[in-house]
Design a protein. Structure first.
Length: 246
């Protein structure tokens, strides 16, 4: 129980610092892409920040593993976290660091009980839209046949892709860009399903609440009717007894 409470305390205390690290990662990832004329020193500094953020999440995973009462069970239940920690070590690609950091941020955000589903979905939509735009812009801008050349084009493409509208005015031409498109489409469908299910669950809960209130009122009316019937019977009995005594 002491180890479990220590793990819970660690997760509670590191929630906000890790989110701050995630914001720092977002800035460091975006700056070299948005500012194509960024110097080497700025690019290197942003790369260092990205690796530092990934390292912070890796340390967080190792600490939670060390504090877990059943480590094998922890690894089995958090296998996606482990994959996200190992992923950037396989090949030094910025996109791998982006994917792994997004996965780790999402997994840690789910552990926060104070974050409601709606807030999580909105944050996921904004995050995917922003990082999807930056990722596709970084791989498509230098493509000889690319048509996603500005940040505005990338944001518009990401929005139409996530909503599965797909106007076709902008489309990735590289293999990596198409992989990003597949990820955005699947993520958009999944988030749309979550939103739809959440709205349906709200309506169902409201209907169930109304049904419970209606049943309660019906039961109260039936009970009151029965009491009135018994009261009338008692009054009739007392009236009959008085007539007999006379």
């Amino acid at each position: 129980m002491e180890q479990l409470s220590a793990q819970a305390r660690w997760e509670r205390h590191t929630q906000r610092p890790l989110l701050a690290f995630a914001l720092a990662f977002a800035v460091a990832y975006a700056v070299p892409i948005v500012d194509a004329s960024a110097g080497r020193s700025l690019t290197v500094a942003c790369t260092v920040v990205e690796w530092v953020v990934w390292g912070a999440f890796a340390v967080d995973y190792l600490m939670r593993l060390a504090l877990a009462p059943h480590r094998r069970e922890f690894v089995r239940r958090h296998w996606l976290d482990l994959c996200a920690v190992i992923l950037p070590m396989l090949q030094p690609l910025r996109l791998l660091r982006l994917v792994s950091t997004l996965l780790l941020v999402g997994r840690r955000a789910r552990m926060a009980p104070q974050i409601r589903l709606t807030t999580y979905v909105v944050g996921a939509v904004i995050g995917l839209l922003m990082f999807g735009s930056l990722a596709v812009l970084s791989v498509e801008r230098e493509s000889p046949h690319g048509n996603i050349l500005t940040l505005g084009d990338a944001v518009w493409w990401s929005f139409t892709t996530m909503t599965t509208v797909g106007y076709g005015d902008h489309a990735p031409t590289t293999g990596l860009g198409r992989m990003i498109a597949v990820g955005l489409m699947l993520s958009g469908i999944a988030l749309l399903g979550v939103v739809t299910a959440n709205i349906a669950a709200w309506f169902i809960s409201r209907f169930e609440k109304d049904d419970v209130e209606e049943r309660r009122q019906t039961e109260a009316i039936v009970s009151l009717t029965e009491e009135v019937r018994l009261l009338r019977a008692e009054v009739a009995r007392l009236t009959a007894e008085q007539h007999q005594h006379r």
